[in-house]
Design a protein around this ligand. Structure first.
Ligand code: PLP
Length: 377
């Protein structure tokens, strides 16, 4: 059986976890956390990066940092994971869903402006499959209406838009290091803070409402409860695991891209023959091979394909059921304008196995199975 995902593993993880155990430092913000965040700051030219317990927790922090008041609105795509929406519901926002572009499955930047009301506070974009949203246009809208931009870059670590790392373009960026993402620590994430004036508030929010981060840096001689907060810092054990992967970030990225390109070269002829659709990467975007998907004719063909692949011993999956039609979506939000693409496109998309170190043999088995399905049919 070829699995859909195999969590990234380098080998050094054991060693680093052992080191943190032997140093008697397994709670958060020890040397491995510091190594990881320094790496992100330097490599992505980010103002500040704080590790969190998950990508969802990073989004929760971002929604709180935007300071929404009950009744304030957030504009977001409906084609995303529940976490994107949850963060804002917990922050007291109303959800305003906007349609996606069929080519990238990202929020349609031309449909954002008409969804803005005097209650709008935040635009939350999702860089689906690690391929960037049209950020110049989105940042321009946010500037003109004085809105925050949160980037859900859970899938976009190591991707860029016009040379800038995803997550560093809006006010706040959120990464996930869940085992299904390109770089992993089991469960974990990070928030990128691109506005220096929010760093102190973010540190307090992450450290149970205390100014312990300043205390650790020797800036104050005792720490105290100064504002609301929660515990968003991950254990050193998890950070140690992540550090092993960041040391090999380039290699992991290249390896995934090789698999992605293998798929893409194999399926483009089928696309030209009108049998399926492949992902599209707009100019100016460099992606991280988080995902390879193809689009079928319709939901029936997709179901058949998934079944066929399973019969060949290959696990393929689909996602997402659009949030606006889910029970919580109906309760907490509404869709602005017409759902031209979100529902229709979501029914056609299927994801192929994608992970670090897929063997050439497995790549070929998967490619041959897809080809057989579409050419014989
Ligand atoms: C994975 C993911 C999240 C959530 O990240 P966790 O680390 O699992 O909490 C949020 N948004 C998107 C788009 C994701 O893919």
């Amino acid at each position: 059986m070829i699995g859909f995902n195999v969590p990234t593993f380098i080998g050094k993880e054991y060693d680093y976890i052992k080191q943190s155990i032997e140093a008697h430092k397994i709670c958060g913000d020890g040397i491995f956390t510091k190594k990881c965040t320094a790496w992100f700051r330097e490599r992505f030219q980010a103002e500040e990066v704080l590790l969190t317990t998950s990508g969802s927790a990073a989004l929760d922090m971002a929604a709180l940092l935007c300071g929404g008041q009950p009744g304030d609105e957030v504009i977001l795509p409906s084609y995303t994971f529940s976490s994107t929406a949850n963060a804002f519901v917990l922050g007291g926002y109303k959800l305003v869903f906007v349609d996606i572009r069929p080519d990238t499955m990202n929020i349609d930047e031309t449909k954002i402006e008409r969804a803005i009301t005097n209650k709008t506070k935040v635009i939350c974009v999702v860089h689906y499959a690690g391929i960037s949203c049209e950020m110049d246009t989105i940042m321009d809208i946010a500037d003109r209406y004085n809105l925050f931009v949160v980037e859900d870059a859970a899938q976009g670590v190591m991707s860029t838009y016009k040379g800038k790392a995803l997550g560093t373009i809006g006010d706040f960026g959120c990464y996930s290091f869940h085992e299904t993402k390109n770089y992993s620590m089991g469960e974990g994430g990070a928030i990128v803070i691109n506005r220096p004036e929010y760093i102190a508030k973010a540190e307090i929010l992450r450290e149970k409402g205390t100014n312990r981060s300043r205390f650790y840096r020797g800036q104050i001689d005792k720490y105290t409860w100064v504002d609301y907060g929660d515990s968003y810092l991950p254990s050193e054990l998890n950070a140690a695991y992540l550090w092993a992967q960041l040391e090999h970030a380039e290699e992991i990225n290249k390896n995934r891209l090789a698999t992605w390109n293998c798929y893409d070269e194999a399926f483009r002829p089928l696309e030209r023959a009108g049998r399926l659709e492949c992902p599209s990467v707009p100019e100016g975007c460099i992606h991280n091979a988080h995902m390879y998907y193809i689009k079928c004719e319709d939901i029936n063909e997709r179901t058949e394909l998934i079944e066929y692949m399973k019969s060949c011993g290959i696990l393929c999956v689909f996602h997402y059921i659009p949030l606006h039609s889910a029970p919580a979506g109906l309760k907490y939000g509404h869709f602005d304008g017409k759902d031209e693409h979100t529902t229709a496109e979501s029914k056609r998309l299927v994801r192929l196995p994608m992970y670090y170190n897929m063997s050439q043999e497995d790549r070929e088995i998967i490619i041959e199975a897809v080809k057989a399905f579409f050419t014989v049919k």
